[in-house]
Ligand binder design. Structure first.
Ligand code: F6R
Length: 261
């Protein structure tokens, strides 16, 4: 792909993580209200917690027609393991809105045949008409989903080996003394780029390096999130801490950055 084929994600910078999260919740709530049969791609981790809390508290839109596909799940954790993403989603969102359980999908990390489960997940996304709006967080190393550095930008859902930094970052979710799984089943970068629209939320200083690399560094597999510049409809919501390493002057010249409330 030539540089001229790359896009400039819209960047919205907020004074706090709370304001950035609320703005993302507003985008999702508005989408569900205007298109009740929306298909959402959802993320887990620390970043979207406040987005889900805000969506639940506002509670104005019905989720009855919504379909959800989560980005990823650990391999080897049952859906009732407290650190599983299935458990996270039930606790933080699904149990609090009127979404139909049969319309919420999370990769099956317990599948006997993981490759088959990965292909089935891709098929289900495409049979459902694709993802309308994908919510992403970003890893300190620039990963999106669990696509670690080195992942091809056209990769599909598959089992991946987690880097030590990802394992260490996510250890907080596991009971004391229990080692997080070494692998996960994740939508690929190509799968993510197949979404019609993408919203990335990044908050906190620990993400500043990754945000700058994604938006202003080279577009290559070293930074998985740089692949987002291959997509025409991406908005990055961040707080000031996560935006701290961006060259704002250069971005202003391109008209792609907005300092919000
Ligand atoms: C979560 C996911 C990951 C996280 C990323 C950031 O489903 O796919 O890419 O978004 O690891 O995690 P937090 O938000 O915990 O910093």
């Amino acid at each position: 792909m030539n540089a001229k084929d790359l896009h400039r994600p819209a960047i919205r910078i907020f004074r706090s993580a709370e304001l950035a999260s609320e703005a993302v919740a507003n985008v999702i709530a508005e989408r569900i209200r205007s298109v009740p049969a929306t298909t959402l791609g959802l993320a887990t981790g620390a970043t979207p917690r406040l987005v889900y809390k805000t969506l639940i508290e506002r509670g104005r839109a019905s989720w009855r027609g919504v379909r959800c596909f989560n980005l990823d799940e650990y391999v080897g954790l049952t859906p009732d393991h407290p650190a599983s993403f299935a458990c996270y989603m039930r606790d933080l969102l699904f149990n609090h809105v009127d979404v139909e359980p049969g319309r919420t999908h999370i990769p099956d990390g317990m599948a006997v045949d993981i490759d088959k489960a990965a292909k089935a997940y891709e098929q289900l996304i495409s049979d459902s008409g694709g993802i309308d709006l994908q919510l992403l967080g970003i890893g300190r190393n620039g990963h999106i989903g669990f696509n670690e550095p080195g992942s091809a930008h056209d990769s599909r859902t598959r089992e991946v080996r987690l880097t030590q930094s990802t394992i260490d970052a996510n250890r907080r979710d596991f009971p004391e003394g229990q080692e997080p799984p070494a692998t996960a089943l994740t939508m690929g970068i190509g799968t993510i780029l197949g979404s019609r629209e993408i919203v990335l939320l990044a908050t906190g200083a620990a993400k500043a390096e990754a945000v700058a690399a994604a938006l202003q560094g080279p577009v290559n597999p070293d930074c998985p999130a740089s692949a987002l510049r291959r997509h025409a409809a991406v908005t990055v919501f961040c707080d000031q801490a996560a935006a701290a390493r961006l060259d704002i002057e250069q971005l202003k010249g391109t008209g792609s950055v907005h300092a919000a409330a």
